[in-house]
Design a protein around this ligand. Structure first.
Ligand code: AVJ
Length: 334
């Protein structure tokens, strides 16, 4: 029953999504510097390319977090038992291929239901179907939408835990991250938990390699957004004349990805024309890196308190368990 309802919701979200894609692309390419939102990477092909990135040795955030998760899950199982929260409802933000939920489900036997939110509908529905086959007692609800939007969650009476792995929060700049944390708190409710994976600051060459793999998978992932614009918005980008450019911006503590115009050129999109100077770039993604203490301070500003912190070997990645305790009075909010 939940499944039928969720399907209706996703159909609505999809047409809205198509409209905003067109508007966002036209608006973003009219800005200086030109920019596109990273959520638009994830059409069917883009989601596949992201999975290919995760298979690369250079892309450490995926492997390192996945290796840390069984330990986290075993600790969590004990933690929730001690807190007397017997049954758990998990909401995964930006669920993608749903590979990271497995260690949690295998180690915590009190998870009753899972709401999986992801913008890539096909990909999400396939992953949810597979999960249902593997965990027959689990109630799985897909929601195909932008995970930063408010969620229509039904009351369950269970303890809620948001799950936001992969350092996807790194795509958001500080203000957006605060907004996300605030909204997640409002949706999940007072006392709820959020298990969040956050990539750390580290020697630059490690970061550089992760976003400049020698096989060019990341470059293809980046350029796929142009292919998508060509197909869905009647564009005529020539992929030969754009280059992948990713670097660590130390001042802002983030990896930036750009698509750089390799020559002066004009591009048509939805019957409009856009001019690119040689060397001009489209900023397609930020991936912020946080020291664990930096992240705890940010979360605290949105009333999320750090209850546990797990660090991967060499501090390559961090996973935090936060708890939402919104201030009840203004005096509290210092
Ligand atoms: C899925 C947003 C966490 O920022 O590392 C991977 C996306 N971009 N390689 C990241 C990505 C280039 C990834 N996130």
């Amino acid at each position: 029953m939940t499944i039928a309802l969720a399907t209706q919701d996703t159909e609505q979200a999809t047409s809205e999504h198509d409209r905003s894609f067109r508007e966002d692309v036209l608006r973003g390419l009219a800005l200086r510097p030109k920019q596109l939102a990273p959520k638009y990477f994830y059409d069917e092909r883009g989601s596949q390319l992201f999975d290919d990135i995760c298979a690369l040795d250079e892309y450490y955030p995926y492997h390192v977090e996945l290796e840390l998760l069984p330990t986290v899950a075993a600790d969590l199982s004990r933690f929730f038992r001690a807190e007397k929260n017997d049954e758990l409802s998990i909401v995964e933000f930006g669920a993608g291929s749903l590979r990271k939920i497995t260690p949690l489900l295998n180690n915590i036997d009190t998870v009753k239901n899972l709401t999986a939110i992801d913008i890539s509908e096909e990909h999400l529905l396939n992953s949810c179907a597979e999960l249902r086959r593997r965990y027959s007692g689990l109630d799985v609800t897909p929601l195909a939408q932008d995970f930063t939007l408010p969620l229509p969650l039904s009351q369950t009476g269970l303890t809620r835990m948001g799950f936001f792995p992969g350092s996807t929060i790194g795509n958001l700049h500080r203000q957006q991250a605060l907004e996300f944390l605030h909204n997640a708190g409002q949706t999940l409710g007072s006392g709820a938990y959020l298990l969040i994976g956050v990539d750390t600051k580290k020697p630059e060459h490690i970061l550089h390699q992760a976003y400049n793999d020698p096989r060019g998978v990341t470059a293809n992932f980046n350029k796929n957004i142009l292919t998508r614009i060509n197909r869905e918005l009647d564009g005529d980008f020539d992929l030969m004349h754009f280059g992948h450019h990713a670097f660590y911006n130390k001042e802002h503590g983030r990896i930036e990805m750009h698509l750089r115009s390799l020559r002066a050129q004009r591009v048509q999109i939805a019957a409009r024309e856009f001019y690119f100077a040689k060397g001009e770039s489209i900023h397609t993604e930020n991936s912020y890196k946080y020291h664990p203490s930096e992240f705890a301070t940010l979360a605290r500003k949105a009333h999320w308190h750090t209850r546990r912190l797990w660090m991967a070997p060499d501090d390559l990645f961090a996973i935090s368990l936060l708890q939402y305790k919104p201030a009840t009075t203004k005096i509290d909010d210092r």
